[in-house]
Structure formats: structure tokens, C-alpha cells
Design a protein around this ligand. Sequence first.
Ligand SMILES: Cc1ncc(COP(=O)(O)O)c(C=O)c1O
Length: 293
Amino acid sequence: MSSSTPQTVASAVDPLDATRLREDFPILSEEVNGHRLVYLDSAATSQRPLAVLDAEREFLTHANAAVHRGAHTLAAEATDLFEDARATVAGFVGAEAEHLVWTSGATMGLNLVAYSIGNASVGRGAPASAGLALRPGDEIVTTAIEHHANLIPWQELAARTGAVLRHIPARDDGTLDLDAASEIIGERTRIVAFTHVSNVLGIVNPVDELIALARRVGALTVMDACQSAPHLPLDLPALGVDLAVFSGHKMLGPYGVGGLYGRAEVLEAMPPFLTGGSMITTVTLDHAEYLAP
Ligand SMILES: Cc1ncc(COP(=O)(O)O)c(C=O)c1O
């Protein structure tokens, strides 16, 4: 590995027909401050095209019912649509439906992972959960260019478990210092959490190399794919990352929807974070057994 490893910047060249595409987005016909709207803040939240608005309206006007919670026809239809969507979104990142957990967004997905590992660290979960447990002195590695959503959950997890949080520094041009990374990721590293594409600079990180460094020491990899899922073709199983999160409202979808992709063994080992309805196989007043991820 060398510091000259190429890192690319997302291309600004758009081969698409912008005039045609504008027609899909009703909001782009709006006037703001006396001008037709030009919207350049899709990294924060994207606008929704008619196809998405129509699908949401279609669902709410024809199939809305409690998903996985009703025995009637409409509930069955809503549940089928919900599970079809899971398969579609999982396929979009190269995965099978059972590897995709719905979340309310990327912040939720990253907190889910961090809290689940925290629960494993205090002995909760199946026997396999012990493999995720952190002990004092274990190390969590992130990078200096993370969104707060991929930083603060790890700060909190470190504080709860006695783990040490370390950061891979960025060079002056914003790219990650891979020489430093290969020194920082070592025998004590248990988790390596990194963004695929920077939400500030658009830099595409060398995630395959980060994953290889983490694998060398048996560390869990957690990737923030918020900015790559909308812009790059993704095959998360082929990439070999253990867990990855992305967010509906940054990829033309609705607010309050996100995806957590996970390798089967990792998802199965993770103790639940949020508990409540529709996530148990059996429950008594004192104890519950949980559904598969
Ligand atoms: C790189 C990155 N990670 C995480 C998030 C948080 O995503 P969400 O709004 O789905 O919680 C954002 C949002 O700006 C982001 O750009």
C-alpha cells in the first residue's frame, strides 16, 4: 500500500438530458426569489420525482394498512408491497432481501449498529453476539472526514464500553492517509467505520483497501453509503463490507426511510436495539424470543 493509491473525485460531467429530467421533478418548475428553481443541495436531501410521489400516493390511496400486523386483505397487500420494496432496494445494492433491514435513515442505521454492539458488550444477545462485544482498550477506528452520524454514535459506544476511538487522518487534499490507516488499524481494532463518498468534498474513498486492512485484523467494517448509493453502482456483498447504511431522502425517496445492509452472520449476531411490537417469535410477561433480523 502506498500514499499514491489513486482516490477519485466524483465526476461533475452529467451525460443525462437535464431538460427532460426536469420534467420529472415538479418542484423544479417553482419560482424562488423570482427565478426558476435551481437546486444544488441533493447531498443534503434530494427532490422527489413524480414516479416516487405517484407511488407514495398510490400506496396511501389503495393499499395503506398495518404492515406485518394484520390478517385482513389490505394488511396482506400492504405487507407484500413492503417486502417487495425491500427486495427491490436490496437488489439496488447487489444484495438479497434478507440482508436489508429497514431503518428510518442513515443516522438511525448507524445508531442501531452502535447500540446493538453496546448491548452485545453487556452480554445481551445470542451466543454469537459475544463475538461483537467490546472490552476496555479495544479500538474503534473512524476517519477525520465523517458526517456526525458516523462519528458521534462511535464516541458514545466508546464511552459506554471503555473502547478507544481513533481516527484515520485526511491529507491536505481531503483524501485519506492510507499509510496512517495501515498503522492505526491494528491488533486492537474491532470496528472500522468510514464513509464511501464524502458528503463535503465528493471524494470517493478507497473502501476496498480499508476493508482489506480491517479484515487483516478481523475487525468489523461499517460503511456510510449515504452519498455513494445515489451516485455509484453498488454491489455491497462483492465489496465485502460487513454493514452499510444509506438514506431514502438522499436518493429521490421519502424522508424517514433508510437501509441497513448486513452480512447474514453479522446481522444474526447483533442483539436487538429497539424492542417492541412485531419483532418477537414468543413473548411472556418476563421474557421475549426474537425474530430473525
Ligand atoms: C454522509 C452522510 N452520512 C449520514 C447522513 C445522515 O443521513 P440521514 O439524514 O438519513 O440520517 C448524511 C446526511 O447528510 C450524510 O451526508
